[in-house]
Design a protein around this ligand. Structure first.
Ligand code: SAM
Length: 217
């Protein structure tokens, strides 16, 4: 049972209002953020910061994304109940919970074994049950493809071809692409088998590693 105090619910409501002020307008996305207790992903030392609109460390040199980033990427995915969604970069599992709250049928891949082991035990304890995979998400998940939506939560040097191939017709891929430490968010739609690209805002993610990502150094 997750502890979710009156104060934590209040701080979460303030965060939701703040995200709306920053331009997140999809009420389903805002409601989903309002439901997921972000504080449970934080160690005691950082607990008081859980509802700040900032990224924080989660171990293994990785981060739980900033709530605005989670809301922005989620909004751009236009999730409908029952959508088959692939997430690359499970990390803490926070983004996964938001997608599940929206009714996604979620497959999520994490590269770092320790994070995969921790999150694949923790999320089901909270009642969130995506299909967890440990591996290189830059290659997608061919055995479960195609997907209606794909979200990449780490910065990629290119749009991995495998991800586009594993997208359904009219499917949406949202992915930060650019340098190792600064990227442009790209929305890709597959129309008549062709890649329609839209460049969105600037973000700073940890690097996407693996075969179609950055070298691990
Ligand atoms: N979605 C996460 C959350 O809500 O906490 C944010 C995760 S963090 C910004 C990015 C994650 O991508 C890290 O956990 C990192 O280990 C993972 N990652 C990096 N390269 C990957 C790859 N090739 N396949 C799968 N996961 C990868």
């Amino acid at each position: 049972m997750v502890e979710d105090s009156y104060k934590q619910r209040g701080l979460r409501n303030l965060l939701v209002k703040n995200l709306a002020k920053k331009g997140i307008s999809d009420s389903n996305v805002l409601q989903a953020i309002g439901k997921v207790p972000r504080h449970v992903f934080f160690d005691n030392a950082l607990l008081s910061h859980a509802y700040e609109d900032k990224a924080f460390p989660i171990g293994e040199g990785q981060t739980i994304s900033q709530p605005f980033t989670v809301a922005f990427q989620t909004e751009k995915l236009e999730i409908k109940v029952g959508d088959k969604v692939l997430e690359i970069g499970t990390g803490s599992g926070y983004q996964a919970c938001v997608l599940l709250e929206l009714g996604a049928k979620l497959f999520t891949i994490e590269y770092q074994r320790k994070l995969y082991e921790k999150t694949s035990v923790f999320l089901p304890q909270m009642g969130y049950k995506p299909y967890f995979v440990h591996g290189d998400g830059s290659k997608g998940l061919a055995s479960k493809a195609p997907f209606d939506k794909i979200i990449v939560t780490a910065g990629a040097p290119i749009i991995p071809t495998a991800l586009f191939e594993q997208l359904n017709e009219n499917g949406i891929l949202i992915i930060p692409v650019g340098d190792r430490d600064k990227q442009k968010m790209i929305k890709v739609v597959k129309r008549n088998g062709k890649m329609i690209k839209e460049e969105l805002a600037d973000f700073a993610f940890v690097p996407l590693l693996g075969e179609q990502g950055w070298a691990n150094c």
